[in-house]
Design a protein around this ligand. Structure first.
Ligand code: HMG
Length: 389
């Protein structure tokens, strides 16, 4: 039985900052942000969006009544959780109107959370082939104003329906993974921004890639020529390229050109959204699938997932016949083009506006946010979410 990604939804907030303007405001050469890092725009979440609302908005665009009837497991990968106890998946479960006979949990391992969710979902479908699983990857990436990580922030969510007989990508066996206890990037419970050892994190991202790619090659006998394209976790769009380049001498000129050309396509959305942590790999996959013109069904796509701390995984999938019909490029183009640019000063004001951290009541301006699902405020220490439909 084939199991994999049946649908992919994506949501990013309606505000962004232009990276050339951010570079100038930070006394940096714009070439560093635009080319050296490879980011053109950075999504900014208004106070009315959090990990829950971003995920619910991403899922809303893909779920039919039939999906809602069949989904019996919601797995929410995030490192921007809104509660130490209650799973973000439960809020989303209500906001989407799913049936009560559902398991709903939150999974955490930095940017790896959604991949853990996807693999758990496959196991669940193998046991219950008639059911479907909703896997969410939703985050707001925060390093702080005037930090070297600032250029790699972003906000957004990816929602995937995982099922038997998937319409988009059938995930293959085996999958290979690697874990090591390292401090390359972390966010202590008292901090709303991440701590990072930037250069070390880049080195580890690459060495974990080399490790899992070697394991994968040894287990499968596959080489780079067996892949039409490889998608990478994308903290910023230059990162995956650095890892890809370290293995390109394993293939010939044609192979190098193919993989590099598809890498360009796979960063289309990420370069104008930024790092969305758990969703970043799947946003890259979505970019590739929605923006390519020459990848046919039957092609094998590689996927490299990395979550700091750290866990890496390499796995692959086969594109399914008619996969383009299951995608929504026009809708995503429209969402990205309808966004509003804000100035660096406006972004800084949003960044420094936080919700009261003592639980005091607050009402938020949901009418200023075009999203369907918004955070409307806090009452009695409880987050108040609205679905405007
Ligand atoms: P930095 O020190 O500010 O930048 O930090 P840099 O000096 O290394 O410059 C970056 C690149 O720009 C360099 O290119 C420069 O040469 C180039 P490279 O040598 O790397 O190819 N450059 C220019 N290019 C063109 N024109 C110019 C110019 N000037 C310089 N004028 C860093 C960069 C990424 C380290 C920083 O932004 C950071 O710490 N970001 C956050 C951490 C991160 O994203 N790490 C990635 C791997 S870890 C990961 O992916 C997990 C993560 O998603 C978290 C999770 O799992 O939850 C982060």
């Amino acid at each position: 039985m084939q199991i994999g990604i049946d649908k992919i939804g994506f949501y990013t907030p309606h505000l962004y900052v232009d990276m050339e303007k951010l570079a100038l405001a930070r006394n940096e050469d714009p070439g560093k942000f635009l080319i050296g890092i490879g980011q053109e725009k950075m999504a900014v979440a208004p106070v009315t969006q959090d990990a829950v609302t971003l995920a619910a908005n991403a899922a809303l665009e893909i779920l039919t009544d039939e999906d809602k009837e069949k989904i019996d497991f919601v797995i929410f990968g995030t490192e921007s959780g809104v509660d130490h106890s209650k799973a973000a998946a439960i809020y989303v479960h209500r906001l989407l109107g799913l049936k009560p006979e559902v398991r709903a949990v939150e999974v955490k391992e930095a940017c790896f959370g959604a991949t853990a969710g996807l693999q758990m979902a496959r196991g669940h479908i193998a046991l219950h082939p008639e059911s479907k699983v909703l896997v969410l990857g939703s985050d707001i990436s925060r390093y702080g104003l005037n930090t070297s990580g600032e250029v790699t922030q972003g906000a957004g969510a990816v929602a995937m329906v995982v099922s038997a007989h998937p319409k988009i990508l059938a995930i293959e066996e085996p999958s290979v993974y690697h874990t090591e206890d390292i401090m390359d990037f972390w966010r202590p419970v008292y901090s709303d921004s991440a701590y990072v050892d930037g250069k070390f994190s880049n080195e580890k991202y690459i060495s974990f890639f080399q490790n899992v790619w070697k394991q994968y090659r040894e287990k499968t006998g596959f080489t780079l020529s067996d892949f039409k394209a490889i998608c990478f976790h994308m903290p910023y769009t230059k990162m995956g390229l650095k890892a890809l380049r370290t293995v390109l001498d394993e293939t010939d000129e044609d192979g190098r050109e193919r993989l590099l050309a598809h890498y360009e396509t796979s960063k289309s959305y990420n370069k104008i959204v930024g790092n969305i942590y758990t969703g970043a790999l799947y946003l890259s996959l979505l970019s590739l699938l929605e923006q390519n013109t020459n990848i046919e069904a039957g092609a094998r796509i590689g996927l490299y997932s990395y979550g700091s701390g750290a866990v890496g995984e390499f796995f692959s999938g086969i594109l399914q016949p008619g996969y383009r019909k299951a995608l929504q490029p026009a809708r995503h183009q429209q969402m990205l083009e309808a966004r509003k640019e804000i100035s660096v000063a406006e972004y800084e004001a949003i960044f420094t506006t936080s919700l009261p951290n003592d639980g005091s009541a607050v009402t938020l301006p949901v009418n200023e946010d075009p999203a369907t699902v918004c955070l409307a405020g806090i009452e009695g220490h409880k987050r108040q979410y609205v679905n405007k439909n």
